[in-house]
Every structure is written in C-alpha cells, then in structure tokens.
Design a protein around this ligand. Sequence first.
Ligand SMILES: Nc1nc2c(c(=O)[nH]1)N[C@H]1C(S)=C(S)[C@@H](COP(=O)(O)O)O[C@H]1N2
Ligand SMILES: [Mo]
Length: 322
Amino acid sequence: MLIKRPQPGYSARIQPSEITPESVYLDRRRLLQAAIAAGTLAAGPAWPETRRPALAPLSFERNARFSTDETPNSYEDITTYNNFYEFGTSKGDPAANSGRFEPAPWTVTISGEAEITGTFALEDLLKPHPLEERIYRLRCVEAWSMVIPWVGVPLGAVLSRFKPTSRAKYVAFKSVHRPEQMPGQRYPVLKWPYVEGLRIDEAMHPLSLLVVGLYGKTLPNQNGAPLRLMSPWKYGFKGIKSIVAIEFTERQPPSSWNLAQPHEYGFYANVNPEVDHPRWSQARERRIGAGLFESRIPTRMFNGYEEEVAHLYRGMDLRKFF
Ligand SMILES: Nc1nc2c(c(=O)[nH]1)N[C@H]1C(S)=C(S)[C@@H](COP(=O)(O)O)O[C@H]1N2
Ligand SMILES: [Mo]
C-alpha cells in the first residue's frame, strides 16, 4: 500500500481555504521586525533567515481531548529556547545554527519486526492520516517546561500500517546524522546519531504523536524538522528530532541520554515529581516565558496524564525503572 516514490511537497496539497488565520499566531519574523523597528534589537547575531525554507501552513483539527488548557508559550519562546545538541549545546544555538539544515526531501526507513519494511518518502508515511493539533506541555528533565501547540499524527496509526509482528516489543528511533549541516555533530557531546526508544505499548498509546508542525506551520529546523516524536508524559529528551529511521525490535533499544549517563537518565523517563534527578529535584518546574519572575509550578505525575498512562506501568517500581 505504501508507494516508494517521491511526492510533491506536503504543503502543495493544502487548500488556501484550510489555512489557519495567520493573525492567530505570533510569527517570529514579525516579532523580529517589530523589535528591529523599535530599536530594541541592535546589530545582533544575524539569524540565517534567508536560507531557511519557508514554513508552510498546515491544515488540521484541534484535538481538545488530549490538549492542556494552559496558555501556549509564544512562537518566539518555542523556537529560540531549544535543546538540539546537533546544533550546539546552548539554548540559542539551534535557532542560530540550523539555517543550513535541509529538511526536504526526507525519507524514513522502517525496519525490523514488521511485515512491511522499506524506505518511504515522508509524504507517503503521513498522507493517509489527518493532522491534529494538540497542545502538550513539554517538561524537560532540566526542570523547565513550555506549552506548545503541536501538529502531527498519532504515532500508533502510522506504525500499525507496517504490521509489526508479535516479536515487536519496542520501537527504536534514530535522528539524522549530517555533520556538514549540523555543526554540533562535529563534537562528541553525545554519541551520534541521537537515538531513542519506546516500549511498543507506549508507542501505540493514543497520546504518542509524530509531530510535523507547531503553531499551525511545518516544524522549524530547531524544533526537529521535518519529523519528531512527542510522548507528553515523558521528559523532553524522549522527543527525538529529525527522525530518519524507525525499527521494531525485540530488545529494549538504546537511548542517547541513557547511554551517556545511565545513572541520571533512564530508558522510561516518565515525568515523576517523586523521583529526583541525582543532581536536582523534579518536584517543580520553571515555566519558560512566564516573565522576569518565572513561576515555579508543581510538576505533575506523568506530566498530568496519570489517568491515561498509569496503567502501562502497573506493578513496576518507578524508582527502579525511572
Ligand atoms: N535529535 C535530538 N533530539 C532531541 C534533542 C537533541 O539534542 N537531539 N534534545 C531533546 C531534549 S533534551 C528536549 S527538552 C527536546 C526539546 O524540544 P524543543 O527544542 O522543540 O522544545 O528535544 C529532544 N529531542
Ligand atoms: Mo530536555
């Protein structure tokens, strides 16, 4: 059913009438222009804006059931305060250094314990699935959080089409390795490429989202263009960016932060205010963008999705499987 041939760009099929009103969203370009006009932005570091592919508007429906009702962070916050070590380890590095990254054309290789495997154009992977907007809180293991209106498709729906076998107990994900376009990959801060994994039932859970956009437009490079993961009850580092490979495995796959520091970052990485990171508390989180006096708010078990996901871990010692 999956045709291995390139398709016109994902955005090419979007009808103008389906486009979400631009005015709804704070556009970074507009903010920048306003800042420049107001003289608040001196001759700062030139973001390589002109080399960026235009962000295409997407059509989607809001999934209210799975969305938080908290106010989303600004587009500016979401696209300038990032963790994406392939572009550098500072929060501003991904926005500053991802201008040369080319997120199109893009293919994803599906392999392992499934009846259907192969390399597929991103458009073919996504085409049968209507896009949804879901407002999820991203809770980073560094004890900060943001609220982000993601656009994507349920991961489980995409995976099911490949007919995983009964031996598929886990799903392994791999990010792209392109040192020529990702300057951070020239340094061994992590073992490249970045890898992550989920248990198959976590991957199939309706909350797990394959993300292609935010604030109604395709993903900016710094947020993991063109395809990244979001399982909102887990710490942010599970949300692997710029995915090029998905493998169904029988054994638990490696994950980058667990490989780097196994005592600090577990495979499960479920948000849990009761299990501290060895070097800091996880009881509270700092909401990015809340102003000069950024509020510290209590972290919720499973990032607020206890009702939906606690059953996945019944009987497991969450201090051991952290
Ligand atoms: N490939 C890759 N994926 C990654 C990371 C990374 O460094 N490389 N950082 C992770 C971490 S620690 C977080 S908190 C989120 C940040 O996503 P955002 O920048 O879109 O907010 O991406 C995750 N995915
Ligand atoms: Mo993170």
